[in-house]
Design a protein around this ligand. Sequence first.
Ligand SMILES: NC(=O)c1ccc[n+]([C@@H]2O[C@H](COP(=O)([O-])OP(=O)(O)OC[C@H]3O[C@@H](n4cnc5c(N)ncnc54)[C@H](O)[C@@H]3O)[C@@H](O)[C@H]2O)c1
Length: 372
Amino acid sequence: MAGKVHVKLAERGYDIIIQSGPDFTEPGIAVDGRRCLIVSDDNVDGLYGEAFERLLEAAGALTARAVVPAGEESKDLAKLEWLYGRALEAGLDRSSLVVALGGGVVGDLAGFLAATYMRGVKLLQVPTSLLAMVDSSVGGKTAVNLPQGKNLVGAFHQPSAVVINLATMATLPEREYVSGIAEVIKYGVIWDAVFFDYLEENIDKLLSRDAEVLEKVVARCCEIKAEVVGLDEREAGVRAILNFGHTLGHALEKVSGYGELLHGEAVAIGMAYAAHLSQNVKGLSADECGRIIDLLRRAGLPVGVPDDLAEDWAMLRKVMSSDKKSVNALPRFVLARAIGEVVFGVDVPETELQKALMLIPLADLGSASGKI
Ligand SMILES: NC(=O)c1ccc[n+]([C@@H]2O[C@H](COP(=O)([O-])OP(=O)(O)OC[C@H]3O[C@@H](n4cnc5c(N)ncnc54)[C@H](O)[C@@H]3O)[C@@H](O)[C@H]2O)c1
């Protein structure tokens, strides 16, 4: 085993268990005699479904598997309804366990299933994408999408444990892996300047999935997320800093059509934008603004708004106003005073919003170029 991070939440606290692989070595919680439904997508199930099911069976669980098609489209009410049926067929009762084996899509969908089935059953998160390991599996946010927008129906439901097997990174497609690095860089900017320095020094090793660097990076991101969630479980305040780069990022995802830009790619562009806003209205130094954008670029992430979207500023601006974090239709930003020090809930003057968009080079799409 590589390590353990505890999420401190009074009676809802739990461990994030980080295993170095190659096999999953422990299920994270006691499952003896418990019925478990393993929810996965058709990519991840084919790679790891059977192995994880065997591990649970060996620990005494009565298991069943439910597989949804890979992709954001599966995070909807129709799949959720189908999953309620699978859970009933598999005999799940209030003492049962839902296991989310996969990326953030499966984590959010299975998480919401666990939050609502029979008024809530236990949940085990087994994230297999980098984004899910460092972000979505920790913190208890679960949701499905409506045709009107993303994550509009959801619940806070903390897992009983999170089990990460770093060996699963070996099969994650490159573009998905790089997309996850955007959230990794975010943690350096919002919380830990020393970690940001470390990323600057080790970005090439992280990109080549060097085991030692990957383990250190995933563990540090989990520690930071655990600390922030421990301070503010339900986003009444400081947890909002996790949304650095997400105001424009969410708008870009929506305007470009979900799936065109991956979540991390959209967030990377949003972070470059937020870095310029930070320089212009919060006194972030030009040097640190440049370092943030440079690191994103070195990771192969896009830092410019695609031309066709940039031309439609009115649309982007409107969508930013409909962000869940907006107040009276005014978007609220997380901005950096310095790397490692951010403020949240910032109301930015209207003139600055479009000005900052013009500062991010429109054609600079990093390694995503040609794919979006
Ligand atoms: N709940 C939260 O706090 C939170 C935070 C951030 C994002 N999210 C949500 O997470 C979702 C995005 O998550 P994602 O980026 O993991 O996307 P995803 O779940 O769609 O996974 C990305 C792709 O990688 C594949 N995959 C995953 N692990 C793999 C592996 N080890 N080997 C091979 N293929 C693998 C999946 O099948 C999928 O095709 C979005 O729906 C977003 O809203 C939730």
